[in-house]
Design a binder for this molecule. Structure first.
Ligand code: ADP
Length: 407
């Protein structure tokens, strides 16, 4: 068979409850061949934005479920002459948020694996069920392409016990699998490896703090390639202040809202995950808009920014101590890659700790990895763009390839 335009590439799928993000990319050359997003699945006005080799298509029509959405995406490929089911696609890589205690490596999905992902759904009720729907929908339409689950928790599966354990009644914690799992692991691993490569050093020789600051945000301390702490915990709610999540709060607040406020568990869940964080403080979670409002002297935006920075700096301090000093501090994701003010403010005044940002370097806008600390800074501060799709594609193809050779 002659090579098709997507021969040897990987379809990466990130399914949410009413959305589905996808990308087709070449895991070797890193070329992105197609990219898209189906939104409002299951509602009357669904929409697909699809990009294929330089041209955009937008479709607005009712998509009853994820399978209908994927069928429509496959039809968009067919309109460009690509029969995805018979194109030599090497693998489908599914982002799965929670791997529980069961999964700590990218895993080829079969019936047993699927059942186990289903069994651990209660650990991530907001995420894993949607990921499973995506897995089922793609495998119904592309049954012959190996499907691999890549877990957001995997990188952190081996956190030291002291970092992974909540000081909760031990028997209760055991019964309900309550521990700190950590999330954004695909990004933290990818970025920390890239940072070591960029510095021309062995991964095992670099102690680093990685700040993944997107709409969701988390930080990790990686000691010689081994994550020793991370800010997200049992769920992605813990840790940093995020776009719409509180990050750390006193758990007593939850009881107060239930007892005094009469709120249900679901209402509180929505409040702390979707209506809080930056949005809860100033009505906005787009960081660009917040920075503009701060510049303009808006008090609510200023407080939101200050609370966000206060939490960041608290964790930077904690992780510097946990690592006994860092070789590198690495910023990534939408805010970390683009908001020079956040980078400067989060590390301001830390010269005594060997951390010195170079204002000019920090102001440069670029999509490349770069150093933003001064020559004399003992700690190298970097910006390293994350690429979770590429990381998932590479892991998926490694698992699918090794399985087909073994089989
Ligand atoms: P996620 O993948 O968690 O949805 P991203 O990593 O895409 O999030 O980051 C989204 C965040 O990055 C948004 O708050 C957005 O405002 C912010 N962002 C993107 N570009 C810029 C920029 N140029 N300056 C400041 N913030 C930015």
């Amino acid at each position: 068979m002659s090579r098709t335009p997507i021969d040897g590439t990987v379809l990466v799928v990130n399914a949410g409850s009413s959305s589905l993000k996808y990308q087709v990319l070449d895991p070797v050359t890193e070329e992105v061949i197609a990219d898209g997003l189906a939104e409002r699945i299951g509602e009357s006005a669904s929409r697909i934005k699809h990009w294929y080799r330089g041209h955009d298509v937008e479709v607005e029509e009712t998509l009853a479920d994820h399978e209908a959405a994927i069928a429509r995406v496959l039809a968009l490929f067919a309109a460009d002459g690509v029969d995805v089911a018979d194109s030599g696609l090497a693998a489908v890589g599914h982002r799965v948020v929670h791997g529980g205690r069961s999964f700590f490596e990218p895993t080829l999905i079969d019936d047993v694996v699927r059942s186990e992902i289903e069994r651990i759904c209660p650990l991530a009720p907001l995420h894993n069920p949607a990921n499973l729907v995506g897995i089922d929908a793609v495998s119904a339409l592309l049954p012959d392409v190996p499907a691999v689950a890549v877990f957001d928790t995997a990188f952190f599966h081996d956190l030291p016990d002291a970092a992974a354990t909540y000081a909760l009644d031990a028997a209760v914690a055991e019964e309900y699998a309550v521990r700190r799992y950590g999330f954004h692991g695909t990004s933290h691993e990818y970025v920390s490896r890239r940072a070591a490569e960029f510095l021309g050093r062995d991964y095992a020789d670099v102690d680093q703090i990685v700040l993944h600051l997107g709409n969701g945000a988390s930080m990790s301390a990686v000691a010689g390639g081994r994550p020793v702490d991370t800010t997200m915990g049992m769920t992605p709610l813990e840790g940093l202040v995020m776009g719409t999540r509180t990050g750390d709060i006193d758990a007593g607040i939850v009881f107060q809202l239930a007892r005094v406020g009469g709120m249900s568990v679901d209402e509180i869940d929505t409040l702390v995950n979707k209506r809080s964080g930056l949005k809860g403080l100033c009505g906005e979670n787009d960081f660009r808009a917040i920075l503009e409002r701060v510049e303009a002297g808006d008090a609510a935006a200023r407080l939101a920014y200050d609370v966000y920075l206060h939490r960041l700096r608290r964790y930077i301090g904690a992780y510097l101590i946990e690592l006994g000093g860092a070789d590198a501090i690495v910023f990534t994701a939408g805010v970390g890659e683009n908001a020079a003010a956040v980078r400067a403010d989060s590390l301001a005044g830390l010269e005594k700790f060997g951390i010195e940002i170079d204002a000019e370097r920090n102001a440069v806008r670029s999509s490349e990895s770069r150093v933003i600390s001064t020559e004399s800074s003992e700690v190298t501060v970097l910006v390293v763009p994350t690429n979770e799709e590429l990381a998932i594609a590479r892991q998926a193809v490694a698992v699918a390839g090794s399985t087909s050779q073994a089989g």
